[in-house]
Write a protein that binds this ligand. Structure first.
Ligand code: ZN
Length: 475
């Protein structure tokens, strides 16, 4: 009888994977170990051993020959709006600052459909995976035409990315003094009920979770104080995390002072939005008092350098935050304000922008170019992001950690004459490369530069057709 046979059969042993003989593995562990000629042995999606190739096994169910490659922990993206992949480089929004940019794009985004969310999420994730990113958050805050967060979640599960799905929301439209058009805002009771449904349906708080759900009202200028408070209560009751936008530019700060009589950090704290279960996107204009409060409370920041430059928002005081002890991760931010989703490239921009920022300080620079080294940037992109997302199972490579890794080829044009001196530094200092292989939870999702889980050609064709449809819908 089939059922008897099934129940008495020995369990299938977990699959093993060997990354064999890499030129160098930058583990980003507590000692920041960089092993030359090293291997990683993975069993059932978890790292079992890592170290010199001569001391590790030489066989496994699947072996990746890593000669010529540099291995780093999978990068972590802490802020994104993946649906915006459909509206990159829209001419009318190319040269606007935040509020004008949003007002130009809101009417276009009002045409978003469930298929558009699914397809654009996969495009954004494909781009991230090929840039070395293995875990991403996505902040979806627009729900017209039957769109649900479940549509992004399905897309993530199909492509095989570790995902922190943030249930965004907007509830204060133009007529109530908010920024978004009234037609794009939702009722607050519905937002809270849907957030609860999503957490109860999908959130996995276990170690090595591939999917977590986050409560994420959009911004001070698009939701009420009540919704911020109630979202925090819900998130804490259900033991999940909270995410929003904060202190993005001078107008954002002016709105907070005028509307609430507080700085953005004071506003956040007054609503319960500080703590080690909270992270805020941008914080370009976080003041010294805010930095101190964030450090004292463990409140995290998603640093989005490309978007901050694109929208002329400013230069976030990242070195000050890091020195104060604020958890800082990287975010590519939405695809319409970057307009790339290359996380290794974002780390490079974080490194470069921090150096520019310090050169602009009135009293000269303390660190000079060492304000942000290549390894600092890699640290923020890996360990920093993991901390911001509240994870102790990703962000560095060690036995017991999730097998999330990015493998880059050092024998390329972009790395020529660089990787031979310092393959890890060259990753950040040379042109941002795409991965040769990307591994998520022990599964090879990019092999030899190609996604193994989706067929990219037809996906892009459909995405581009939908992008045209969205831009041309009646709005
Ligand atoms: Zn954003």
């Amino acid at each position: 009888m089939p059922s008897t046979l099934t129940s008495t059969a020995p369990p299938t042993p977990p699959k093993t994977l060997l990354i064999h003989d890499a030129d160098v593995i930058a583990a980003m562990d507590d000692q920041r170990t960089e092993w030359p000629r090293a291997s990683v042995f993975v069993r059932g999606g978890v790292i079992e051993a890592i170290g010199p190739a001569s001391e590790l096994p030489t066989t496994a169910d699947e072996v990746i020959d890593a000669r010529g490659l540099v291995v780093v922990p999978g990068l972590v993206n802490t802020h994104h709006h993946m649906y915006q992949s459909l509206t990159r480089a829209i001419p009318a929004a190319q040269n606007a600052e935040l509020f004008g940019w949003l007002k130009t794009l809101y009417p276009i985004w009002a045409g978003l459909t469930p298929e558009m969310v699914h397809v654009s999420t996969q495009v954004a994730m494909a781009e991230l995976l090929l840039s070395g990113c293995t875990t991403s958050s996505d902040h979806l805050y627009i729900y017209p035409n039957g769109v649900r967060l479940d549509h992004s979640i399905e897309a993530a599960q199909q492509i095989g990315m570790r995902f922190h799905a943030a249930r965004g929301s907007m509830s204060v439209g133009e007529s109530a003094g908010g920024l978004p058009p009234d037609a794009l805002v939702e009722r607050e009771d519905h937002i809270l009920a849907d957030t609860q449904r999503l957490i109860e349906t999908h959130h996995d708080e276990g170690r090595y979770a591939m999917l977590r759900v986050v409560a994420a009202p959009c911004s001070p200028f698009s939701v009420s104080r009540d919704l911020m408070r109630e979202s925090a209560n819900l998130a804490r009751a259900l033991r999940t995390r909270m995410h929003t936008h904060l202190a993005e530019n001078d107008h954002d700060v002016a709105y907070s002072r005028e509307k609430f009589g507080m700085t953005p950090a004071e506003y956040a704290e007054s609503l319960g939005w500080v703590g080690n279960d909270v992270w805020h996107a941008h914080c370009v204009k976080l003041d010294p008092a805010g930095i101190a409060r964030f450090a004292a409370t463990g409140t995290g920041v998603a640093h989005c350098p490309c978007s901050n430059m694109r929208l002329a928002s400013g230069i976030a005081p990242v070195r000050r935050m890091l020195d104060a002890g604020v958890p800082v991760g990287l975010g590519v931010d939405g695809s319409a304000s970057n307009d790339a989703a290359h996380l290794l490239g974002e780390a490079r921009q974080a490194m470069l922008l921090a150096r520019v920022g310090r050169s602009l300080e009135p009293f000269g620079c303390d660190h000079g170019p060492a304000e942000m080294t290549a390894r600092h940037a890699l640290d923020v992109a890996t360990r920093g992001g993991a901390r911001v997302l509240g994870r102790d199972d990703i962000g560095h490579l060690a036995p017991g950690m999730a097998a999330d890794m990015a493998l880059f080829d050092t024998r390329t044009l972009g790395m020529a004459g660089g990787a031979v001196h310092d393959p890890v530094g060259a990753l950040l200092l040379c042109a941002p490369a795409q991965t040769r292989h990307t591994i998520v939870n022990g599964r090879v999702v990019v092999r030899d530069g190609q996604l193994t889980t989706v067929d990219l050609g037809p996906l892009l064709e459909r995405h581009n057709a939908l992008a045209v449809q969205l831009a041309n819908h009646r709005h």
